[in-house]
Design a protein around this ligand. Structure first.
Ligand code: TXA
Ligand code: MG
Length: 334
């Protein structure tokens, strides 16, 4: 028998505009969604096991998937980590605040529930003004996964957060849409050689420019190594996602009357754009990355059956975008 299970739907999710109110609620053990430059995060006090428990339930997150801990500045690393390795220090100096997470030996005050039993912790210093002010005001380490129901595309607007989590969390901070649009680059900095676990806006080449020995995780390591989140399904809309190299590959033909119940997004516009249920063409990879998740969510709102995503070159930010595209299509292994 399930005892003490929170009754979701009975919680009133407050819409906040003040970071001071949001910080106070976090210090009181609340679950508060807030904007970062990457995606919205679902924050709780990283030292409060009860709040963390509620967070996992609210999100429907597998309990073997560790959370990233957020602090206001590099100087605050001791709130989350036991030691700052040389490689982490070099990478944070180059890219923090920003869309980078470094994995380090964890500080004893961080709950094992946050790290899913691991002795390491993901540490991130977000760059967006709202996230920075919130963390500075709260003065506590904030554990925050992406603010979406587990398995769904991440949220880059507060309205999408409400779509997934209204009635399940205490509050959402109504901030700006996210500018990066894909989750942070995650790099394991515990050993002598940094290992890129999850590609993001900070690319492998960017990391290697600072620490040349940095390597990308191999397929074998992916299954052996301790980043369980990489093994779970992610970023999946209800519609079926197909990856194409060119719009001509979409199952849409000229001369068919009426609207096609499909969505298409890519760098090259679709020739029958006006007749598709949803169409988006982007000027560059940055704009594609920034808008991908909202596009997938919009397609679901329109109840389209098939989503076609044009693939991009697997370099720079394209590496992160390709990774998310493949995962949204249900291809787990990169
Ligand atoms: O941009 C982001 O990183 C956003 C914002 C809110 O900061 N957060 C985010 O969190 O994407 P989440 O929980 O959706 O993804 C965290 C990823 C997962 O793949 C998880 O396995 C990995 O980071 N991770 C966290 N702690 C780790 C650790 N100690 N060792 C290895 N991987 C870790
Ligand atoms: Mg996530």
């Amino acid at each position: 028998m399930a005892l003490n299970t929170p009754k979701f739907g009975s919680i009133t999710t407050r819409r906040l505009t003040s970071v001071v109110d949001a910080a106070a609620l976090l210090r009181d053990g609340g679950i508060v969604a807030f904007p970062t430059e990457t995606v919205y995060g679902l924050g709780v006090d990283a030292r409060n096991p009860e709040a963390i428990e509620r967070l996992f339930l609210a999100k429907g997150r597998p309990s073997d998937n560790p959370l990233i801990v957020h602090v206001a500045s590099i100087d605050d690393w001791r709130l989350a980590a036991r030691t700052l390795t040389d490689t982490a220090s070099a990478l944070l100096t180059a890219f923090a605040p920003g869309p980078l997470t470094v994995v380090l030996p964890k500080h004893p005050s961080i709950s094992h529930r946050v790290t899913a039993g691991l002795d390491t912790v993901g540490l991130r210093i977000p760059a967006s003004r709202e996230a920075h002010e919130l963390l500075r005001e709260a003065q506590i380490p904030i554990a925050a996964p992406s603010a979406n129901r587990s398995g769904r595309p991440s949220c880059t607007t507060w309205q999408s957060v409400m779509e997934d989590l209204d009635g399940r969390i205490d509050a959402v901070l109504e901030g700006e849409p996210c500018t990066v649009g894909l989750e942070s680059t995650v790099v394991d900095c515990c050993g002598p050689v940094p290992i890129l676990l999850r590609p993001g806006f900070v690319s492998l080449a960017d990391l290697q420019a600072v620490v040349p020995s940095t390597v990308a995780i191999s397929r074998d390591q992916l299954h052996a190594l301790a980043s369980p989140g990489l093994r779970h399904p992610h970023y999946q809309p209800n519609a079926r996602v197909h990856l194409v190299d060119h719009p001509a590959e979409c199952n849409v033909t000229a001369g068919t009357a009426g609207e096609f119940p499909v969505a298409y997004a890519g760098l090259i516009p679709h020739p029958y754009a006006a007749r598709l249920a949803l169409h988006a063409s982007f000027e560059n990879i940055e704009a594609y990355a920034m808008n991908l998740y909202e596009f997938l969510r919009r397609a679901d709102r329109l109840r389209v059956r098939d989503i076609y995503l044009q693939q991009v070159a697997d370099t720079g930010l394209g590496q992160a975008l390709s990774d998310r595209q493949r995962r949204s299509a249900g291809i787990i292994k990169p």
